[in-house]
Design a protein around this ligand. Structure first.
Ligand code: UVW
Length: 369
């Protein structure tokens, strides 16, 4: 279980994050803000009477915005997607032949960099997730034939798409909007849920990613061994890092990877690793949405800052990217080697495991310089 505010968070929200009818926790739901909301309505009423119809119109406008916020804690409904109301691939649609050719042109030396960490027991894990690999028998089977052949199999158990250097698919994140749990493209829990694999938005819908990747080496810019746990990366950090590196801003269909140095805690101090993590702010995530990227990655377990800007709204970048915009997240990456070699722009590839109905995929994304 997580330490610090997250375990606190889990305790407070036990029974609220399932399918119950309880409203999502937002700052607006707190007593203080309820009071200020009442005051706002009262003030609006008085102002409306005093200043006539014009002022009343402004108040009505504000009231409408507030009602929208109450109906959808993210401020607006995010469906249908730009790829149509039936789309299940999101930003994976940006993987075009032209994009693959653009990525191929970035390959100059042919050197490959493994970005995935080894998937094994003992790695840091979120919440109560687990990883177990066992080899039944010893060897598992055989002997066969006169050449006396044996074979080994493995048994794996674990949340296969959500452990290790995981790739979050579009069925991973949803938010309560009004009375419905809503996913990417507005799909509801009834449409997506399935005891033996998601009925919609499974990672098997995705085609391989082969695209331009860029490293935003925030640690190199800020200096030190690693960014402080829960450091929130600002737009200024991003722009200064890119300027220092001489890297072009992200373009449509790019994969953007943030280095914080947090991965140095991997298997060395798992408690500190999972306590929180540094990562991009919501503003950075929204900028990446504007840039129409396909994947945001990082060397941390959440890829975004935890607890982030508002502890009452954990994993908000997950919602902004995955649920609202169909953009994928690749977590727990080893970005140390590409940082060391100053590989800032490269061909990036990841081929999600076509596991039917899975929420994500294990794997090993690669940078080719
Ligand atoms: C959650 O599942 C909440 O986070 P992550 O995608 O970082 O594992």
């Amino acid at each position: 279980m997580q330490s610090g505010w997250l375990s606190q968070y889990f305790r407070q929200h036990d029974g609220q994050c399932g399918h119950g009818d309880s409203a999502p926790v937002t700052p607006e739901a707190t007593e203080d803000s309820a009071v200020s909301r009442r005051d706002f309505v009262k003030t609006g009423f008085v102002a409306g009477v005093a200043a006539g119809v014009a002022a009343g119109g402004v108040v009505a406008q504000a009231g409408k915005a507030e009602a929208q916020q109450a109906a959808n804690p993210m401020g607006k409904d995010w469906w249908p997607s730009p790829w149509g109301p039936a789309d299940e691939r999101g930003a994976n649609n940006r993987m075009t032949p032209a994009k693959a050719l653009e990525a191929a042109r970035l390959i100059k030396t042919g050197r490959t960099y493994q970005l995935g960490m080894i998937l094994e027991s003992g790695i840091p894990l979120f919440g109560s997730r687990h990883v177990s690999v066992t080899i039944p028998g010893g060897p598992t089977g055989g002997p066969f034939g006169t050449h006396v052949l044996y074979y080994n199999d493995e048994m794996f158990s674990g949340e296969i798409g959500q452990v290790g250097s995981q790739f979050d698919g579009l069925g991973h994140i949803s938010n309560k909007v009004g009375n419905e749990i809503r996913y990417y493209n507005g799909f509801t829990q009834d449409q997506v849920g399935g005891a033996y694999g998601l009925q919609k938005l499974g990672v098997h819908n995705l085609k391989p990613f082969f695209t331009r990747g860029i490293l935003v080496d925030v640690l190199a810019h800020k200096g030190g061994e690693r960014l402080p746990t829960n450091y929130v990366i600002t737009m200024d950090d991003v722009m200064q890092s890119l300027r220092k590196q001489g890297t072009r801003e992200p373009g449509e269909g790019d994969a953007v990877l943030f280095r914080t140095g947090h991965i140095k805690l991997w298997k060395k101090d798992n408690a500190e690793f999972t306590k929180g993590c540094p990562g991009p702010s919501n503003t950075v995530a929204r900028w990446l949405v504007e840039k129409k990227i396909c994947v945001m990655g990082a060397d941390t377990w959440a890829a975004e800052a935890v607890p982030g800007e508002d502890p009452n709204r954990p994993f908000e970048c997950h919602t902004i990217l995955i649920a609202m915009n169909g953009i994928f997240i690749n977590e727990n990456l080893n970005l140390e080697e590409i940082s060391r070699d100053k590989v800032y722009e490269f061909a990036w590839s990841f081929n999600p495991l076509p596991l039917k109905g899975a929420t994500g995929s294990p794997g090993n994304s690669v940078a080719i310089a």
